[in-house]
Design a binder for this molecule. Structure first.
Ligand SMILES: NC(=O)c1ccc[n+]([C@@H]2O[C@H](COP(=O)([O-])OP(=O)(O)OC[C@H]3O[C@@H](n4cnc5c(N)ncnc54)[C@H](OP(=O)(O)O)[C@@H]3O)[C@@H](O)[C@H]2O)c1
Length: 265
């Protein structure tokens, strides 16, 4: 499929691991210059090497920035670097997220604030920082990586579930502001995806439910009608499609990649 993305520029938050890294690799392989943002500098350096090795002939530029995008300063640092370097950002993949699992009565206020600051306010701040130049140029594509927990609440994942539900609301609401300028924003909601995060969530769920990590993982997989965890590449493939002109009429949409978990109409 011809995506015609070569020459564009993209920021991927949480681009040093898992789904974010898969998105950065896929974009770079299409000739898109990428800036990945995350906190751990050593992991960022390893990710840059992996991105460049993924497509040596891409002709694009790969950069990283160490920033905590749950803070206004981290968002400013990330967007400032991209805009100073490229003068414009065509694509934003909002992806950084790390909401904890845990017993509702045991999780502290800090756990909720941390999840909402990173995933909800962090995503909103990134859009607020980048949308004006997208609107002015009538050129911009945004994908929010959310999560099927938005639709499938459980008592042990309420920090993440509530953040995800709110991001769907935000995605659909702001899409109406952006659409007249030709700027599109969509959400991808994965079910379980085989990443480091899925493994740490299994450890947290095991502790919250008093079961073994193996049992928590098996229950998570068994809850998926297709009986498997998705690979990060599958999420990246959909992100690539959504930021391409192939999806020119798709905005304010949420695409579920959850193996059939979400049964609501
Ligand atoms: N994996 C799943 O089963 C699953 C399911 C549904 C939804 N999702 C969503 O998909 C997204 C990616 O998940 P993943 O599984 O790929 O996670 P992951 O493997 O744990 O990777 C998370 C990435 O985000 C970065 N990050 C975390 N906190 C950050 C912060 N405060 N500031 C900047 N970067 C930060 C991490 O780097 P540093 O730690 O170095 O900052 C890393 O690059 C998340 O929003 C998650 O909620 C995942």
């Amino acid at each position: 499929m011809q995506l015609n993305l070569a020459g564009k520029t993209a920021i991927i938050t949480g681009g040093s691991a898992g789904i974010g890294l898969a998105c950065a690799q896929a974009l770079y392989a299409e000739g898109v210059s990428v800036l990945i943002a995350a906190r751990d500098e050593a992991r960022l350096a390893r990710a840059l090497t992996a991105i460049e090795a993924h497509a040596e002939q891409s002709g694009a530029q790969a950069m990283s920035v160490s920033a905590d995008v749950s803070t206004a300063a981290g968002v400013e640092r990330t967007c400032g670097l991209a805009l100073r370097t490229w003068s414009q950002v065509d694509i934003l993949i909002n992806n950084a997220g790390s909401a904890p699992s845990g017993d509702f009565y045991s999780l502290s206020d800090d756990a909720y604030h941390g999840a909402w600051d990173l995933k909800l306010l962090g995503y909103m701040r990134m859009v607020r920082a980048l949308a004006p130049q997208m609107k002015a140029r009538r050129e911009g594509r945004i994908v929010n990586i959310v999560g099927a927990a938005a639709h499938n609440p459980t008592p042990t994942f309420l920090a993440g579930g509530t953040a995800n539900a709110a991001i769907i609301n935000f995605t659909k609401g702001i899409s109406q502001d952006l659409a007249p300028y030709g700027v599109r924003i969509n959400a991808i909601s994965p079910g379980p995806v085989d990443t480091e995060r899925a493994r740490s969530l299994a450890r947290q769920e095991a502790a919250a439910q008093g079961i073994s990590v193996e049992e928590a993982t098996a229950r998570r997989v068994a809850s998926v009608p297709l009986g498997r965890m998705a690979k990060a590449d599958e999420i990246a493939d959909m992100a690539l499609f959504l930021v391409s002109d192939r999806a020119a009429s798709i905005t304010g949409a949420e695409i579920l990649i959850d193996g059939g978990t979400t049964a609501s109409v």
